[in-house]
Ligand binder design. Structure first.
Ligand SMILES: Nc1nc2c(c(=O)[nH]1)N[C@H]1C(S)=C(S)[C@@H](COP(=O)(O)O)O[C@H]1N2
Ligand SMILES: [Mo]
Length: 164
């Protein structure tokens, strides 16, 4: 069989598989990844937000427009050592953050949903709305999820973050 006419194709295939395996090494399932740290409990403290980048976040709650200031939950979790700084892979894809409120209200997000390279779901932890600290029935902080169509996951009275 004469392979000569196929040569350009063979070269193209070689180059393509070479670059695919390089991509797999940097982003794929076989890349080394830090092992999950196990269960982490972060009780509310203003320190969790201190010096993190601030975002102005708006959300409509039952026809009322809230203008709040908060930090990205991913930034908070990363600084606390609860979420890796690099794209999630492997065992990290099974992990979740549970946000528990004083009144028992609880909402959960998977870390994969929050990862800016995966679900890209932005969740903010806000400690001020309309230029003031939150009122007692909402403070010390609440979640704001501007892309949610209903405010039901906007947990008020944040007490603890449990990551596992
Ligand atoms: N801690 C706590 N947060 C909560 C709730 C709750 O019962 N407890 N209700 C949720 C629901 S269902 C809605 S619609 C919004 C209402 O927000 P608002 O109380 O600021 O109007 O809060 C959410 N956050
Ligand atoms: Mo609600």
């Amino acid at each position: 069989m004469n392979l000569r006419p196929c040569l350009p194709l063979l070269i193209a295939a070689y180059v393509a598989t070479g670059s695919l395996s390089a991509a797999a090494q940097s982003h794929g399932a076989h890349a080394p990844s830090t092992p999950p740290p196990g269960r982490i409990e972060l009780p509310w403290s203003a320190e969790l937000l201190h010096n993190l980048p601030r975002h102005d976040v708006g959300m409509e709650v039952h026809g009322r427009a809230l203008r709040c200031s908060g930090v990205d939950l991913v930034d908070l979790l990363r600084r606390a050592g609860a979420m890796p700084a690099d794209p999630l892979r492997g065992a990290h894809l099974a992990r979740r953050v549970e946000v528990r409120a004083r009144d028992g209200y609880t909402v959960v997000f998977s870390l994969g949903e929050l990862d800016p390279t995966l679900g890209k779901q932005r969740v903010y932890v806000a400690d001020q709305c309309d230029g003031k600290p939150l009122p007692a029935d909402a403070g010390p902080a609440r979640l704001l999820i501007p892309s949610d169509a209903r405010p039901a996951r906007s947990a008020r009275q944040i007490q603890t973050f449990v990551i596992e």
